[in-house]
Design a protein around this ligand. Structure first.
Ligand SMILES: *[C@@H]1O[C@H](CO)[C@@H](O)[C@H](O)[C@H]1NC(C)=O
Ligand SMILES: *[C@@H]1O[C@H](CO)[C@@H](O)[C@H](O)[C@H]1NC(C)=O
Ligand SMILES: *[C@@H]1O[C@H](CO)[C@@H](O)[C@H](O)[C@H]1NC(C)=O
Ligand SMILES: *[C@@H]1O[C@H](CO)[C@@H](O)[C@H](O)[C@H]1NC(C)=O
Ligand SMILES: *[C@@H]1O[C@H](CO)[C@@H](O)[C@H](O)[C@H]1NC(C)=O
Ligand SMILES: *[C@@H]1O[C@H](CO)[C@@H](O)[C@H](O)[C@H]1NC(C)=O
Length: 532
């Protein structure tokens, strides 16, 4: 009589432990301490054979994913916020690494789009919604409190707090799930994700061994206002050139400056050496939509002002402009949009800067930005820096903590970025050099790469970095500091072009004889040695 009972007990114990043995669904938050925050919930479930979409240029969707999906909700007492962290842990073949992913625009995280490629590559990975101050290129109404003030606690989440919280949470969950800590931690983000990477290096230097921070949306008060500049210029000059007219300037600048790097490939690589004068096109007749259009000095002035970037009415430079040759295509949703319908051209400002001005500066979501004068723009620029520099500039050049902790950081920024001005990134790197011991000393832990022609976070026409994260991993784990980043694009003839990207301040110079589509035909030089 005793034996069967024991057997029954044993088998029910077995059944219980089989359920409890799924380390994903039994994950809990006991012992999870996030300074300044309260953990509301921790839930996990195993996902098998999932198909998840990706964002271009990452090819997707990605299928056959098996992972533990853990969701953690936090709040900061007194902040009235709710911040979600999502951690994905590969159920098999974990590579022992943690990869944190960043956001874009006003999103603190890119959602599952960014998690899928990381988990497919064997990383434990995570993202956070940062409390949802906005999504994509628009801010949410809760950016402002009911009485019309900035919701500073929520802004703090977006500016820096949520990514550090996410890091603490993710490392805890990794240890709870696998029973051991990650061997290495990496940050991977572009745009807002790039800014967040810089914030990690500046404020939380021990969080990551390696940081990949591309096209950072740092210098945020200056940037958030400056993105509006092309729209302000068109409204103030009372003329909106069509895409076709902009293309006339872009084509002329490429014709003039393409060869200044020694190879005619349709890309202006030697941006510094290109002295393009938009006024040289005044009087030229071009065909747009089957109609003849004459380029006027107003159109040239508008284009020149866009290249120059914002200034005060008296001409004092406020921030950088676009690089010469950068597409003015309005294709990217964060960019200004210029559209011609039935012969009428209209302009819609970038929602990024328009939301920045309406919510954060005017504190009036209904504010009409089309009337902003040049002097009001200069005031808004000053206000933005006065009120937001301390919290979200993300450009502190003192990286001594990060250097001391042994961290490595790679930043790349397309010289054809049509949203975030690459010179803001160069400016930061130069400021880091000034306080951290110069070019060579900084290259020991922070390297910058400027692929010509590449748009914001990808796209455009130029060598897109194909494996910067692998380069970072090799640097962190094997001490192999990347001399160049591998870059690739498909040219107008459909041919694959390999073109390594040299580290700043070096440039990739054609040797004058090899196959121009082959990386081995280029060397890293201190200058192109040519000027227009
Ligand atoms: C996984 O899902 C795919 C469809 O995405 C399906 O064709 C395949 O049979 C599934 N595999 C398993 C092992 O369930
Ligand atoms: C992961 O979990 C979150 C939170 O429960 C859920 O919203 C999401 O759809 C899940 N993703 C997948 C791929 O299962
Ligand atoms: C707290 O947040 C909710 C949701 O965003 C909002 O509806 C509510 O007004 C907020 N409460 C306070 C006191 O701000
Ligand atoms: C600019 O160059 C492109 C590509 O060669 C061409 O298709 C377009 O018509 C040109 N536009 C103008 C306005 O010159
Ligand atoms: C453009 O013109 C066509 C033909 O006159 C008309 O059907 C269409 O609605 C117009 N589109 C816009 C956006 O005005
Ligand atoms: C470009 O690189 C790929 C490998 O990534 C190689 O297969 C191809 O031959 C290279 N093309 C040239 C022109 O060097």
């Amino acid at each position: 009589m005793v034996k069967p009972l024991q057997l029954a007990t044993a088998s029910s114990l077995l059944a219980t432990s089989a359920i409890a043995a799924d380390p994903c669904s039994s994950i809990h938050g006991h012992g999870l301490q996030v300074p300044g925050a309260e953990v509301i919930s921790v839930t996990g479930f195993t996902v098998t054979n999932a198909t998840v979409l990706t964002l271009p240029p990452v090819p997707g969707p990605i299928s056959g994913l098996n992972f533990c999906n853990v969701s953690v909700i936090l709040t900061h007492p007194g902040a009235n916020d709710s911040v979600a962290v999502e951690v994905w842990l590969p159920t098999q073949d974990w590579n022992g690494r943690y990869q944190a992913t960043g956001g874009g625009g006003y999103s603190s995280g890119e959602g599952e789009f960014a998690l899928a490629p990381a988990v497919a590559a064997g990383y434990a990975t995570s993202q956070t919604d940062g409390g949802n101050i906005g999504s994509g290129f628009v801010l949410n109404p809760q950016t402002l409190t009911p009485d019309g003030q900035i919701n500073w606690p929520l802004f703090t989440d977006y500016a820096y707090r949520s990514i550090h919280d996410m890091t603490i949470v993710s490392k805890f969950i990794i240890k709870a799930y696998y029973g051991k800590a990650q061997k290495y931690s990496y940050w991977n983000g572009c745009s807002t994700g790039g800014r967040q990477g810089w914030v990690q290096a500046q404020m939380y230097p021990d969080d990551y061994d390696g940081i990949l921070a591309a096209a950072p949306a740092a210098n945020t008060p200056s940037l958030g206002t400056a993105i509006q500049w092309p729209y302000v210029v068109m409204m103030q000059e009372k003329y909106i050139p069509s895409q076709c007219e902009f293309m006339a300037f872009i084509n002329a600048s490429i014709a003039q400056c393409d060869g200044l790097d020694g190879v005619e490939d349709g890309i202006i690589s030697n941006v510094q050496g290109c002295a393009f004068d938009p006024y040289c096109l005044v009087g030229e007749r071009i065909t747009c939509d089957g109609k003849q259009v004459t380029i006027t000095s107003i159109t040239a002035r508008i284009y020149q002002k866009i290249l120059d970037g914002p200034t005060t009415p008296s001409g004092v430079k406020l921030w950088y402009g676009q690089n010469v040759g950068t597409g003015f295509n309005g294709l990217y949703p964060g960019d200004i949009e210029v559209v011609t319908t039935n012969g009428t051209t209209t302009a819609t400002p970038s929602p990024l800067s328009d939301n920045f001005i309406r919510y954060l500066l005017k504190r009036d979501p209904a504010y009409d930005t089309s009337q902003i004068t040049y002097s009001e723009f200069a005031q808004l620029f000053a206000q933005a820096n006065f009120e937001f520099d301390w919290i979200i500039s993300s450009n502190n050049p003192d990286l001594s903590g990060f250097r001391k902790s042994g961290g490595k950081m790679i930043t790349w920024h397309g010289l054809g970025d049509n949203i975030i001005f690459p010179h803001g990134t160069i400016n930061y790197r130069q400021r880091v050099e000034a306080v951290m011991g110069g070019t060579t000393a900084v290259d020991e832990f922070f390297r910058l790469y400027l692929p010509p022609g590449v748009n914001h976070c990808g796209g455009g026409y130029g060598p897109y970095p194909t494996d910067p994260l692998d380069a970072l991993v090799a640097w962190v784990e094997h001490g192999k500091a990347p001399e160049t980043l591998a870059g690739q694009y498909v040219d107008v003839n459909g041919e694959v072009v390999n073109h390594s990207i040299c580290r700043y301040p070096l440039v990739s110079k054609y040797d004058g004889k090899g196959n121009p589509n082959s990386a081995s035909s280029y060397t890293c030089a201190t200058s192109f040695g040519l000027k227009s």
